[in-house]
Design a protein around this ligand. Structure first.
Ligand SMILES: Cc1ncc(COP(=O)(O)O)c(C=O)c1O
Length: 472
C-alpha cells in the first residue's frame, strides 16, 4: 500500500523552519530524511501546493528542492501519483572491493551526464511533436547536411548560447563530435580541407594531455598528432608547430585538465592559424556547463572563416542519442557534407526533428538550467568534502563540466585511485593515460553521477591513494 505523507507531517520530518535560507533547509532536511530512512521508499510526498502551504514557503522553493533530489536519485517523479521517495540504490550500501565480473557493464566514460537526469518526458514529447511536423518528403533519405529545421534551431541556439557566427547554411548535423572528428580527419588526410597534404603525411597539433578517444580517431584516419603542452591558461599557443595543418583544441573546458583557454592565447591561436592558412578545430566540450559565471564565448566567434566549431548533446542530454553538429566555413561545409553522405547517407531524421523541437520549445533550456544546478551542487559537495578530508590534495580545473582532475604522487597512487573508484562505480580515467608526451600521475573523475551518499566513499579512496607511495 502507498503511504501518503500528510503535509503537516512534513514539518515534523524537517524540524523548525529557519528565518533564512529556507531552500537549503528544505533540500537538506528532505535529503537527510530519505538517506537515514525516516522517509521510507515509496512514501508519496504532498503536492507542491500543499507542501508550500504547510511549510510557509513558495511553490518555487518546493519545486527546486524536489528537482534537485530527483536529480540526485533520492526522489522519483511519477506521472500520476506524484513525487515519491526512491528505493536507495545499491551503490550506497557497504563497499565491496570485489573485482568486476566478466559480465559487468562497460565502464562509464568520465565526461557523461547522469542518465537519471535525462528528460524522458520532454524528449518523448519532442519526438512526438517533431515527427508530427515532418513532411512526407522528409521521410526519404535525409539531407546529408542535416534537417533544415534543426540546422536553423541550432544556428539560433549557438548564436545565443555560444556567441557563434552562424546561419543554418554553416551547420552540418553529425552523429556526435566523434563522427565530426573522423570525417574532418579523413578530409585533412586527403588534402580536401586545410590545404594540400604533404608527401610525408598530415600533422595536426593536439593538446597534451588530450582525450584518448579523440586521438585514436585522428590516428585511425591516418593523421600524425603533435602534442602541445597545456598550462593554467590552456594550450601553449607559443609552442604550436609550423608543420601542422590544423589544431584540435577544447577552449571552453580543456579535457582533461579543466582549464579555459585565456584571451591572449585565443588571439595567438588565430594568428598561428592565419599565418599558415590552417584550421582550428574547436571541440566545444562542456561549454554550456559553467557554474561560476556565463560561459566564455566560442573561439569561432572571433574568426568564423578559420575555426570549425564542434558540439553535441552528449554532455547535456545523453551520449546515447548520437547527435552533434559542426559549424564550418563554406570551403569546409561542402567536402564535409560529401564525406557525411559517403559515410552513412545522413543522420536519423526523427531524432533530428526531436532535437529541433526540444530547442524550439524551450525544453532544452529548461533542462540545461536544471542539470546545471544538480551538477554544480554535486561538484561542490565533493570538492568541499575533499578539501576537509584531504587538505593538501591537488584538484584542478574551473567550476564547470562533468569531471575534475586530481593529481597524485605517483603511479601506485594513480592505480589505487582508479581501482578504488571503479569498484565504487565512479567513472574514472588515469590521468597518465591522457598524456601525449608527458605522463603525469593522477585521476580524471566523472562527477555527474557522484551523489551525496557516494561522497564518503570517493573521499576515502582518494585519501588512501594520496597517501600511497612507491611504484607499481
Ligand atoms: C573531449 C571529448 N570530445 C568529444 C567527445 C565525443 O563526444 P560525442 O559523444 O559528441 O561523439 C568526447 C567523448 O567523451 C570527449 O571526451
Amino acid at each position: 500500500m502507498t503511504t501518503r505523507l500528510d503535509p503537516d507531517a512534513l514539518l515534523l520530518v524537517l524540524g523548525p523552519r529557519p528565518d533564512r535560507d529556507v531552500g537549503r533547509w528544505l533540500q537538506d532536511g528532505l535529503r537527510g530524511a530519505v538517506v537515514d530512512g525516516r522517509l521510507e521508499a515509496g512514501t508519496v510526498l504532498p503536492s507542491g501546493r500543499d507542501a508550500a502551504a504547510a511549510l510557509g514557503v513558495s511553490r518555487g522553493t518546493v519545486t527546486t528542492a524536489v528537482d534537485v533530489l530527483v536529480g540526485e536519485g533520492l526522489l522519483v517523479s511519477r506521472l500520476r501519483s506524484g513525487v515519491a521517495v526512491a528505493a536507495l540504490p545499491a551503490a550506497s550500501a557497504a563497499p565491496s572491493a570485489a573485482p568486476r565480473p566478466a559480465s559487468a557493464p562497460r565502464p562509464v566514460s568520465v565526461g557523461t551526464p547522469d542518465p537519471a537526469l535525462f528528460p524522458r518526458t520532454a524528449w518523448a514529447r519532442a519526438v512526438r511533436d517533431g515527427v508530427r511536423g515532418l513532411a512526407d518528403a522528409d521521410l526519404g533519405y535525409p539531407d546529408p547536411q542535416g534537417l533544415p529545421v534543426l540546422r536553423e534551431a541550432l544556428a539560433v541556439h549557438l548564436r545565443r548560447a555560444r556567441g557563434a557566427h552562424v546561419t543554418a547554411d554553416d551547420v552540418v548535423v553529425v552523429s556526435g563530435v566523434a563522427q565530426a572528428l573522423s570525417l574532418l580527419a579523413r578530409l585533412l588526410v586527403a588534402g580536401r580541407v586545410g590545404g594540400p597534404a604533404p608527401a610525408d603525411g598530415v600533422a595536426v597539433a593536439v593538446e597534451d594531455p588530450s582525450s584518448r578517444g579523440a586521438l585514436e580517431l585522428l590516428h585511425d584516419a591516418g593523421l600524425r598528432t603533435v602534442g602541445v603542452p597545456v598550462d593554467d591558461a590552456g594550450l601553449r599557443t607559443d609552442l604550436l608547430p609550423d608543420d601542422a595543418r590544423a589544431v584540435l583544441v577544447t577552449p571552453a573546458h580543456q579535457f582533461p585538465l579543466g582549464v579555459v583557454l585565456g584571451p591572449t592565447r585565443r588571439r595567438s591561436l588565430l594568428t598561428w592559424a592565419a599565418a599558415g592558412d590552417r584550421l582550428v578545430l574547436e571541440d566545444d566540450y562542456d561549454a554550456e556547463l559553467r557554474y561560476d559565471r556565463q560561459p566564455v564565448a566560442s573561439v569561432q566567434a572571433l574568426d568564423p572563416g578559420r575555426v570549425v566549431l564542434l558540439g553535441s548533446v552528449s554532455k547535456l542530454l545523453s551520449p546515447a542519442l548520437r547527435l552533434g553538429w559542426v559549424v564550418a566555413p563554406p570551403r569546409v561545409v561542402g567536402p564535409l557534407v560529401d564525406a557525411k553522405r559517403h559515410t552513412d547517407l545522413g543522420t536519423s531524421v526523427p531524432e533530428q526533428a526531436a532535437l529541433a523541437e526540444l530547442l524550439a520549445s524551450g525544453a532544452y533550456q529548461r533542462h540545461l538550467r536544471r542539470a546545471r544546478l544538480v551538477y554544480q551542487r554535486r561538484r561542490r559537495v565533493l570538492l568541499d568534502a575533499l578539501g576537509r578530508a584531504v587538505p593538501g590534495l591537488e584538484v584542478g580545473g574551473v567550476a564547470a563540466g562533468l569531471h575534475l582532475v586530481v593529481r597524485l604522487p605517483g603511479e601506485a597512487a594513480e592505480r589505487a585511485a582508479v581501482d578504488g573508484l571503479l569498484a565504487a562505480g565512479v567513472p574514472v580515467e588515469p590521468l597518465s593515460g591522457t598524456g601525449v608526451g608527458r605522463r603525469e600521475p593522477g585521476v580524471v573523475v566523472g562527477t555527474a553521477r557522484v551523489r551525496e551518499v557516494d561522497v564518503p566513499r570517493v573521499v576515502d579512496v582518494l585519501r588512501g591513494a594520496a597517501a600511497t607511495t612507491g611504484s607499481v
